[in-house]
Design a binder for this molecule. Structure first.
Ligand code: PLP
Length: 406
């Protein structure tokens, strides 16, 4: 019989969302008259902005005419989109990124999961705890870890984000080659200041490590003093890959468009000690395994970077941020401590109790679904995540119910 990749057997089954769904359906069966409000969801609810929709339709119309029809496009994305991304997201903020360093894809989940393929099997990996599970599971699949013992994989370095460090990880205390960071963070909603990112960039430069920087929620940053891209930090283009996505930033979760920045200055080393550019490796990987994002989607994506598109997507994120503000204010008024919700759609609440107990209590007493923090790592214990992706009315009602329940 054909042997399987046994690394997959090490994966801790992700019970999180299945467990949530089971508890919710049990509650619904027992309480058919009590409507449930879901603040656990990490998916957008509002339609695509008008400018984006028009460009999407135009792209489809072009596919209907032999003269404008497009077949396979460039795997890295159409130049019109790569140029718009480089100019608007990076150059306008003084970040030295050019269009040929932008790789357009259909998701930051795939890119942040696939990127580990360009690193050696024995690279030492650091991940935040709590963590977006994709970073961990893809390294487990690739065989870079041992077994899962007490909710942690042997061989991984966990950078703890706790109330004590205000949910910002400290630098690795043992040597690592690759560091995953995510700001604004999922699940905590915490952000990084320029000084905090500088510390990681300096660490990476001194220790010849690579930072994998996930900025999937960057459009929620309103505090102008916060960096939006890691490339706003001097020298980061020698040590960092950045992931971006239009999913949460522009309502593209169902439309699918993301992009990854691999600067040409970024280098790794082969076993003979020779420096090798990571741009060429990622380019090879991307064009071998990916055949490009669909043309109408790239047209729609390009519209995000026009002045109208920027204004409309800002209004979209303003809408969720208004929900987040309400959640944050209500949580604070209840005397609970929390992080996030000001420059992020997530609010991470310290419930000072078992996170599944907190989940059950909110479900049973308030009919509100949250996400238990323990599902994101051991440091998530004691916490829950509330999400601002919902209607304002639902958010207000959910918070009123929580206030009554506590
Ligand atoms: N990165 C983070 C931190 C996320 O939370 C998510 C989605 O939830 C993604 C990446 C995935 O984004 P995409 O929809 O582009 O695959």
């Amino acid at each position: 019989m054909t042997k399987i990749n046994e690394n997959f057997l090490k994966l801790k089954a992700s019970y999180l969302f299945a467990d949530i769904a089971r508890r919710v359906s049990e509650f619904q069966a027992a309480n058919p008259d009590r409507p449930i409000l879901k603040l656990g969801i990490g998916d957008v609810t509002e339609p695509l902005p008008d400018t984006v929709l028009k460009a999407f339709h135009d792209g489809i119309d072009e596919m209907a005419d032999r003269n404008t029809f497009r077949g396979y496009g460039p795997e890295q994305g159409y130049p019109f989109l790569r140029e718009a991304i480089a100019a608007v997201d990076f150059q306008s903020r003084g970040a030295p990124i050019s269009a040929d360093e932008v790789f357009v894809s259909d998701g930051a989940k795939c890119d942040s999961g696939n990127v580990q393929e360009i690193f050696a099997d024995d690279c030492r990996i650091a991940v935040p705890d709590p963590v977006y599970p994709v970073y961990v599971d893809t390294n487990v699949m690739a065989g870079r870890t041992g077994a899962n013992v007490n909710d942690r994989y042997e061989g991984l370095v966990y950078l703890e984000c706790t109330p004590e460090n205000n949910y910002f990880p400290s630098l690795p205390s043992t040597p690592v080659d690759v560091i995953y960071l995510c700001f604004p963070n999922n699940p905590t909603g915490a952000t990084a200041t320029k000084e905090q990112l500088e510390a990681f960039v300096n660490y990476a430069r001194e220790n010849k490590a690579i930072i994998l920087y996930d900025a999937a929620y960057v459009a929620f940053i309103r505090d102008e003093s916060l960096p939006q891209s890691i490339y706003e930090i001097e020298g980061a283009d020698e040590v960092a890959i950045e992931f971006r996505s239009l999913s949460k930033n522009a309502g593209f979760t169902g439309t699918r468009c993301a992009y990854t920045i691999v600067p040409k200055k970024l280098k790794g080393v082969d076993s003979s000690g020779e420096e090798i550019g990571l741009h060429a490796l990622w380019s090879r990987r991307h064009s071998t395994k990916f055949n490009g994002t669909s043309y109408p989607v790239q047209k729609a994506a390009a519209a995000v970077f026009t002045p109208e598109g920027q204004a409309e997507t800002r209004a979209l994120t303003d809408f969720y941020l208004n929900n987040a503000k309400h959640i944050r204010e209500k949580v604070q008024a209840l005397g609970l401590s929390c992080v996030g919700g000001d420059n992020s759609p997530y609010i991470w609440i310290n419930m000072a109790t078992d996170s599944w107990d907190a989940f059950d209590m909110l479900l049973n007493k308030a009919g509100v679904v949250c996400t238990p923090g323990a599902g994101f790592g051991t440091c998530g214990e004691g916490h829950i995540r509330l999400s601002a992706f919902n209607s304002y009315e639902n958010v207000v009602e959910a918070m009123d119910r929580i206030a009554e329940a506590l």
